[in-house]
Write a protein that binds this ligand. Structure first.
Ligand SMILES: Nc1ncnc2c1ncn2[C@@H]1O[C@H](COP(=O)(O)OP(=O)(O)O)[C@@H](O)[C@H]1O
Ligand SMILES: [Mg+2]
Length: 293
């Protein structure tokens, strides 16, 4: 088989995988290396046990203060899980632990049933398909929307040499699909700096989507958005559900109400309650520590 044929095959595989509800393998795409390694990546996420993320008895202390305290939690593939809880509950720290930014003192963190995330560096975890959105948008204001999305592929240095980078047809298709998903078709040539706050947040989500993450962690994504932007973000998240697994930390209860199935309430570094929003809102302990204040 010629290298060209093999590349075509790799691209077909990529297109096939993109069509699956739950995706497997590395899907950063671009370049021969990615196409080939995808076929036999030892780090593929095993979701046969119905869990994409699994935390058990995780604890971490900062100067003797237990920010995370025996936290156990799991997320199903394609699930959109909402996390609520008072300030200082440990929500951001939990995301730091999942993404390898902070190492827990004890406990287990698994991606699927076989990948022990505590063995990997932050950059490796990102490459495995765990994307993270911090609260502040970090788009490149002096570049166009298109260039920002393109850059999201280029920054994956392990896969592509950015010097000779050119979007292949699968990547172009992906970019078009992402543009559509984040409702920025009409601004594609405009500078990111000219977008509204909400649009910048969507662009940043789009940049994460370019890497086709299996799990997306979103920390207070609608903070600072207008009501209309918040509604569109809810639609966006609902459209991502099923294709990706999402963990969304928010304080905006009407937003949570629109998007949530199961809500987990964190308090003092562990799970205080879990259930539908109505169930946790009716929970006396939740009212006391969070909602009732
Ligand atoms: N790197 C750190 N060093 C020291 N304390 C920290 C660090 N990160 C978080 N904390 C503390 O851990 C607790 C949980 O913080 P955080 O995870 O940011 O809560 P949340 O996101 O739920 O508001 C807070 O008391 C915070 O001050
Ligand atoms: Mg936080």
């Amino acid at each position: 088989m010629t290298p060209e044929l093999m590349e075509q095959g790799a691209r077909r595989l990529e297109a096939y995988q993109a069509a699956q509800t739950v995706r497997v393998g590395q899907t950063e795409s671009g370049g021969r290396q990615a196409g080939f390694s995808r076929l036999a990546t030892p780090g593929e996420v095993d979701i046969t046990h119905g869990r994409i993320l699994y935390l058990e008895d995780v604890s971490v202390s900062f100067d003797g203060f237990k920010a995370i305290n025996k936290l156990s939690l799991d997320i199903a593939p394609g699930e959109l899980r909402c996390i609520i809880g008072p300030n200082g509950a440990g929500k951001t720290t939990m995301m730091d632990i999942i993404t390898g930014k902070t190492r827990p003192d004890e406990g287990q963190v698994f991606f699927g049933s076989t990948i022990d995330l505590l063995r990997y560096k932050e950059s490796e975890i990102a490459q495995m398909g765990i994307g993270r959105k911090f609260q502040k948008p970090t788009v490149f204001e002096q570049l166009s929307v298109f260039e920002n999305l393109e850059l999201a592929l280029k920054t994956n240095k392990a896969v592509t040499s950015s010097m000779f980078f050119r979007l292949d047809s699968a990547q172009s298709d992906r970019l078009a699909e992402v543009l559509h998903t984040i409702h920025l078709n009409e601004s594609v040539r405009g500078l990111a700096g000219n977008l509204s706050h909400g649009q910048k947040q969507w662009l940043e989500i789009g940049m994460l989507l370019m890497q086709d993450p299996k799990l997306l962690l979103l920390d207070e994504p609608v903070a600072g958005m207008t009501d209309e932007e918040t509604e569109r973000t809810a639609e966006l998240f609902l459209s991502l559900k099923g294709k990706h697994s999402l963990m969304v930390v928010e304080h905006d209860m009407s937003f949570i109400n629109t998007i949530s199935d199961i809500v987990t309430v964190l308090c003092d570094g562990s799970v205080l309650a879990q259930g539908t929003l109505a169930q946790v809102q009716a929970d006396e302990r939740v009212i006391e520590v969070y909602l009732g204040r």
